[in-house]
Design a protein around this ligand. Sequence first.
Ligand code: ARG
Length: 486
Amino acid sequence: MYRARLGKNLEKVTLDYVSSIDDDVEIAHYDILGSQAHAIMLYENKILTKNEIKKILKGLESLKKVKLTKKTDSEDIHELIESLVIKKIGIDVGGKMHTARSRNDQVALDIRMKIRDDINIVCQCLLDTIKALVVLAKKHQDTIVPLYTHLQQAQVGLFSHYLLSYADALFRDLDRLYVTYGRVNENPLGAGPIGGTSIPIDRLSTGKMLGLKGVVENSIDATTTRDSAVEYIAAIAILMTNLSRVSKDFSIWSTSEFSFLELSDEFTSPSSVMPQKKNPDILELTRGKTSHVIGNLTSMLSTIQGLPSGYSRDLQQINPAIWSASKVVISALLIMESMLKTVVINKKNMKRAAEDGHLIALDLAEKLVHNDIPFRKAHQIIGRIVKLAHISGKPISKLSESEVKKVVKNKEVSLKLLMKLIRSTTLTSSLHERKSQGSSGISEQKRMTAHRMKKIEKYQTGVKTRSDAVQYSLNQLDKKVKKLTR
Ligand code: ARG
């Protein structure tokens, strides 16, 4: 449709090469809505007549029901939609719908509308996943687990503490997306190909009809820049790394060596040969798909960094990277949520593992600190006691006074006090006594769980308000379309 200056049509292989039609399916709907809002703005500013707007809107409306497939000579969805409208209502009127815009601002708009919806969906899925974590945490506020650093047992903790650590990370992911939304939800349309237009358009009004807040003002920026799309994918990539790490933990903990938990059958796969197998394939795929999303981010950044100012066709290449990242993260979150709701936690094994590892060592050292022994000295004393326990193959609490006496140097600590502490310190007492903010302490866990639950509700309202606002604007647009096509 655009090739008057060029004469010859594209060869089939070249058309396939340049075409974005397959990827554009994801934005077809937004392109129609954007075109309707743009046309109404042209009409309201007396650039189109009543009869013209009626025909154009009708033409566009009829395309909402059509499956826009690949069998076309058009290079992309923008060309296809315009050509179909022209085919339907003729070039005299249909030929006016592309007044005062370009495919460059058009595609920038479509991407923003698509990401806007995706962010709202991802935020909702995130909230559901966070809720699943917090609900599970509530059930496990007294479930004892070893906490690991370097994959070595470090301190005794509570399983709720672990779960809430990921709830908090996901809250930050949510917050990142929440903020990015504001930068995405702006109108680039009306920027033209790069430098604006002489036609008296009203960019704010087009944006308003589409529920966008304000315009991306500078027309060069509006058509060229994809930083907010990259920001979105960066947030998704970070979020995926969090899901990937939970997946890693859960697949390790589901091994027979750990047996901390059992994944529900629907989140595991069998082996084609070994009948006993229950493999955590789904979690492994979340890990694998995280790499894929990181690849999407990298490919976007490397495409953009090499571009001169103004639209270049390279930009078309980044769109499928956006769509696929959205798809991956939404399913990863849905799966994570259901997995958390169905996983069976083996409290006994978690506790048994914690009992094996002399995990009260630091708690004991801190008790000496409470008794006025400098921490470094306390660390040395308890270090020797742990070594003794390790060699004699007993838990610290079962060491006899005469054994302990051998490793305690004269006067560094009263043997009586030390024995009293050794006898009275247990995993549970340690968790009762741990009080610092954000710790595994039992009281902290209760407070944090309740607090995070409330936090979910607050965000829930925010996300709903946003989705409702978009829906409201689009409903208003629909009403206008209906009125003008009557
Ligand atoms: N399909 C193109 C894309 O996704 C639309 C913009 C084309 N603009 C152009 N000047 N060739 O980026």
